[in-house]
Write a protein that binds this ligand. Structure first.
Ligand SMILES: [Zn+2]
Length: 406
């Protein structure tokens, strides 16, 4: 009953990552526990490991309050924002054009409506950063409001299921900010011009985090890289996103224990997919800058194992023979189907560097990326994961990788 043994192991991996470890956001002690656990587990399966240290920022908050006249509003400090205690007139803008023309320097600035419709990409986020976002950030930094209040709705594709969502989540942006619901935003619009007092209790704490890379196989230049981010968003157990991915790497590592194929297999537990500065991904890119041509395939697991959903393999630029094996895999493993291409994951790093890739996720998540309310919320816990699906993915990858000899 090899299958049963792997199932029990995947349940235990998930429990460790999501329950025994309190949180896995980058910079937290839990995040370091998670990478230590991963490193220990994979090296005990006979894989060579390499750990790199990353300088990151942990962050703590204990709420925020805004007072205008005799009214008081509870606010949420924007993740990784500096705290503040300011008194100033309240100003409001709802579009980038407004922002350009309104007098806002030294004011407490309310961003609501169109300008607050989707999460602004962090300043130094290199993989995806629309010009519109960069322009808004640059204008804010140029005009220097004393603090910012963001009134937001829902934005699942960029911010997951959270409501309200933090419009700004960026430890490299130094104007203090808080966020609140659209409803409060509407109330505040009636207070524009009045004196407001904003207290936000938040602190940035320099910390360390680690990337873990493990290797197996002959010492050859060509390699296949399996990736899964091991960090989770603050405030979520991150079961589907992405303890399931890290657990799948470990089960695959066990199935591939005796692998001795023509290509090196590398497994990377990336630290930072759900963190503003993506430090683990950037570190990996720096280290492999002149080596991406040797990566013949990336397989990235993110969002796999959702109950009552098929697993989706999405193919990106696979060479013909690999594509054929990929399609054979779909007929051989009943719970796996071909998924649409989606860009919001670590496979995009490899695709941007010219490597073929396979992204592994849950069909339902891909189809509901713009409306789902699970990821980045407390709902993303162990109860929504079916570990049998993780085992199936690991078995499929083991089967697929052993067919990749030259
Ligand atoms: Zn993820």
């Amino acid at each position: 009953m090899e299958h049963e043994h792997l199932y029990q192991k995947s349940v235990s991996y998930l429990k460790t990552l999501c329950e025994e470890i309190a949180e896995r956001c980058v910079g937290s002690e839990g995040n370091r526990q998670a990478t230590r656990f991963f490193e220990k587990a994979i090296s005990s399966l006979g894989w060579q490991t390499e750990t790199s240290e990353l300088e990151v920022m942990d962050w703590q908050e204990s709420g925020a309050t805004l007072r205008v006249a005799d009214q008081s509003f509870n606010m949420l400090p924007s993740p990784y924002s500096l705290g503040c205690s300011v008194q100033a007139a309240l100003a409001g803008v709802s579009s980038p054009e407004d922002l350009e023309h309104r007098e806002i320097t030294g004011r407490i600035l309310l961003l609501s409506g169109e300008i607050a419709k989707e999460q602004l990409m962090p300043k130094n986020f290199v993989f995806y950063n629309p010009e519109e976002h960069q322009k808004i950030i640059a204008l804010l930094e140029k005009k220097q409001p004393a603090a910012i209040i963001c009134a937001t709705g829902r934005n699942p594709s960029l911010a997951g299921g959270a409501y309200p969502f933090p419009l700004i989540e960026d430890g490299d942006f130094d104007i203090p900010s808080v966020y609140t619901t659209e409803e409060v935003g509407r109330d505040l619009l009636t207070c524009i011009g009045k004196t407001a007092v904003l207290e936000s209790r938040a602190t940035r704490i320099p910390a360390k985090a680690y990337n873990v890379v493990a290797r197996k196989g002959k010492e050859t230049a060509e390699r296949i890289v399996l990736t899964a981010h091991i960090d989770a968003k603050k405030g979520t157990p991150g079961a589907i996103d992405n303890a399931g991915g890290a657990a799948t790497l470990l089960i695959s590592a066990e199935l591939l224990k005796d692998y001795d194929g023509d290509r090196t297999i590398e497994m990377a537990a990336f630290n930072g997919e759900d963190y503003y500065a993506v430090p683990g991904q950037l570190d990996y890119i720096r280290k492999n800058q002149n080596d991406f041509q040797n990566i013949v395939l990336n397989i990235n697991i993110d969002g796999a194992g959702l109950k009552e959903s098929k697993t989706a393999f999405s193919f990106f630029n696979l060479p013909e023979t690999m594509k054929t094996t990929g399609h054979d895999l779909l007929t051989k493993f009943a719970g796996i189907t071909e998924g649409a291409q989606w860009p919001q994951g670590d496979h995009s790093i490899f695709i941007q560097h010219g490597c073929p890739a396979i992204a592994v996720s849950s069909q339902w998540l891909i189809e509901h990326m713009d409306s789902q309310q699970i990821t980045h919320t407390p709902k993303d816990n162990i109860s929504i994961v079916d570990c049998r699906k993780l085992v199936e993915v690991a078995k499929a990858l083991n089967w697929f990788l052993r067919k990749q000899n030259r």
